[in-house]
Design a protein around this ligand. Structure first.
Ligand code: GCU
Length: 671
């Protein structure tokens, strides 16, 4: 057995060596940047990529939305002139970029969140190349998004790389995808039937046949199948190779806790030689949304309990790195979520990869928000951004749905465009569902996607937290086959503001956003969601505070403070622990209102979130009576604090091994 694995790996390494002609050279340094206003170009400064020019002003109302230029000087990496081609690939530039190399215009890309790629083989010099990118993040009525409360950070905020590929290669130019699409046409516990399409760039009719060899490695590393037969058709400028691969008794990708992935190794073969190779990690899985029973993964009920994520971060804006992506994912794992809505636009390829690896189910989205423009160029931009989202992320097994809009309104007949986008998404990818997030009932576009979800804020923008029951029931019709989810719910919270008696929402656009109210909203909303198993998924708005330049509410300018974690990712708010208690299997205990350290009233409730079956609470060394409520909430009512410092300690006994876990804090009573 081990010998077989060893031989399989040896042949894998040997073939990989033949195909090692493919390399990627990141362009991180050597860049300079200047803002450009009218005829004036400001002082050039040296920068590294990723970069945004709004890192400091992105939370101010008049943050810079305008033009800028980047320049990068570099020597060409080693390229074999007659057998290799070179491309430059941008992972994202916000939001409208025109690119030149050595004075030659390579192209223009409109859209802040998707990758684009140009061939530079014949423009590249050995030394002293100059890459120039002129870019603007100014609002543009023909480029999505036209609305949204989030800051549109400008800049080359995701990596740039030179790709050095064989003359005939898996193309990097099909909407900047990797050129290979693994379609999970039919998967069940017995078989995974996959259709593979590889698009090849540079093949001439006179070359004779090209072949595709696909080797699939099981999660443990041994080869499960090798496929060599493929059909080829000329498809525009590409040669398209089609192949079917069957995996018998596949080990399925089972979401959080069981994200088993297969390794797919693709070889492009010509005249018996391997001329290009590519490798992808993909989990095989199947899913379904039942309008009355919710989400099913691999044939089993799998209620989706999720969070929304925006990509920006305090002091960095959108120009985040591997470290920040990983930290975000760790926090999402820590809270125990099994699903993420990556709102309101395509996120970084790196983050989708982290989702695949963590077993997170993903809702992926285009930035069609608020309204559109009745203009053919806007529609074309919408189609382009959707095609890029789908092709660039096709092989990410975590993604189960493509979202077509968020909160459309207005009278611009957006349903006509939504209908087109829905068809486009199905054509591009018949294996995934389409979805959308609405905040208005009765609009025609709400009935177009395969499944639907609603943004609703009972207890914040309207009514009280328990009203979530009406919000859901109103949307769900037991006689209709329309699956309903909750795409956003939540409330704002400052970690510096506290109120032990709050019973109704504070002024939402006011400066007072006590942390306690956010927790109550989540408790009340979540209780109602849980009672309704037909809700196929629910997504807290938002996992993290994010930049929203036009807002001035709570205790910070320019922040949407509905996050469960602060903008700098340093502080988890109480509501974070409510979900952790409900979702995470790891024993936890948390005393709420810990930060309300200075008290003026002797009588207080003490509320603890814990997933332990029993919790006890001591105040100044004496046990107090604790009532257990549903959804992991424990409360000691009307506890009397003494003047001066009070020590509060909570104990939970875990089910596994009777180990006690504790949390403590100290509150000072001022009289
Ligand atoms: C909307 C919208 C979000 C926004 C949120 C809010 O529903 O989809 O982008 O941030 O409301 O008001 O916080």
């Amino acid at each position: 057995m081990y010998l077989r694995i060893y031989i399989a790996f040896l042949s894998f390494i040997l073939t990989a060596a033949v195909g090692a002609a493919r390399t990627s050279v990141p362009l991180v340094n050597g860049w300079s940047f200047a803002k450009v206003e009218g005829e004036k170009t400001y002082q050039w400064e040296n920068v590294a990529i990723p970069h945004t020019w709004n890192d400091a002003d992105g939370t101010t109302p008049n943050y810079y939305r305008g033009k800028a230029a980047y320049r990068c000087r570099f020597d060409a990496p080693p390229v074999q002139l007659h057998t290799q081609r070179t491309f430059v690939r941008f992972e994202a530039v916000s939001q409208d970029a025109t690119v030149w190399l050595n004075g030659k215009r390579l192209g223009r890309h409109q859209g802040a969140f998707t990758a684009f790629c140009y061939e530079i083989t014949h423009v590249l010099k050995e030394k002293n190349n100059e890459l120039v990118v002129k870019v603007t993040n100014a609002a543009d009525s023909l480029v999505m998004p036209l609305e949204g409360d989030f800051t549109i950070f400008g800049g080359i905020y995701r990596p740039v790389a030179l790709l050095i590929l064989p003359n005939v290669c898996f193309t990097p130019q099909d909407f900047a995808s990797c050129g290979i699409y693994v379609s999970q046409s039919k998967v069940n516990n017995e078989i995974a039937h996959l259709n593979i399409i590889a698009k090849v760039d540079g093949a001439k009719d006179s070359d004779g046949p090209y072949g595709l060899r696909t080797t699939v490695f099981a999660p443990e590393g041994h080869i499960v199948v090798t496929a060599t037969n493929s059909n080829s058709v000329k498809d525009g400028s590409f040669l398209t190779l089609n192949q079917s691969v069957d995996i018998s008794n596949p080990q399925l990708w089972g979401g959080v806790g069981n994200p088993a992935m297969h390794r797919f190794f693709f070889e492009l073969i010509h005249n018996g030689q391997v001329i290009d190779t590519l490798s992808q990690n993909i989990g095989v899985r199947y899913f379904e949304v039942n309008p009355h029973q919710g989400f099913f993964l691999n044939g089993k009920e799998f209620p989706l309990r999720g969070v929304n994520r925006h990509q920006d971060r305090d002091g960095m804006g959108w120009a985040i790195t591997h470290r920040e992506h990983c930290q975000d994912m760790e926090l999402i794992k820590e809270i125990g979520a099994n699903c993420i809505r990556l709102a309101h636009y395509p996120h970084s390829d790196e983050f989708y990869t982290l989702c695949d690896e963590a077993g997170m189910l993903v809702w992926a989205e285009i930035p069609y928000i608020g309204h559109g423009t009745r203009h053919y160029a806007f529609d074309a931009n919408a189609r382009q951004q959707l095609t890029e989202l789908i092709r660039q992320n096709y092989n990410h097994c975590s993604i189960f749905c493509w979202s077509l809009f968020n909160e459309l309104g207005g009278s611009g007949r957006p349903h006509e465009l939504v209908e087109q986008l829905n068809e486009l998404a199905h054509r591009e990818d018949p294996t995934r569902l389409t979805v959308a997030a609405a905040n208005n009932d009765g609009r025609p576009e709400n009935d177009m996607t395969d499944i639907m979800a609603y943004n609703t804020y009972p207890g914040w923008y309207w009514a009280d937290p328990g009203t979530m029951q009406w919000a859901i029931d109103w949307k769900y019709d037991p006689n209709k086959n329309r699956a309903i989810g909750i795409s956003e719910y939540g409330a704002g919270a400052s970690i510096n503001q506290h109120d032990q008696h709050i019973v109704k929402a504070p002024k939402t656009d006011g400066s007072w956003h006590p942390e306690e109210w956010q927790a109550l909203v989540h408790e009340g909303n979540y209780r109602e969601i849980r009672k309704r198993p037909y809700v196929w998924g629910s997504f807290v708005w938002n996992m993290f505070d994010f930049a929203s330049a036009s807002r001035h509410e709570g205790d910070r300018q320019g922040i949407n403070d509905k996050g469960l974690v602060t903008y700098d990712r340093q502080t988890r708010k109480d509501a974070f622990y409510f979900y952790q208690a409900n979702w995470s299997k790891k024993p936890m205990i948390h005393i709420t209102s810990k930060r309300h350290t200075t008290r003026n009233e002797a009588l207080t409730d003490i509320k603890v979130y814990s997933n332990c079956p029993e919790v006890s609470i001591e105040v100044n060394g004496k046990y107090v009576h604790v009532e257990r409520l549903e959804h992991c909430i424990f409360v000691a009512h009307d506890v009397k604090l003494t003047s001066g410092e009070n020590q509060i300690e909570a104990f939970g006994i875990t089910t596994d091994n009777d180990v006690a876990i504790t949390d403590k804090c100290s509150w000072t009573l001022n009289n």
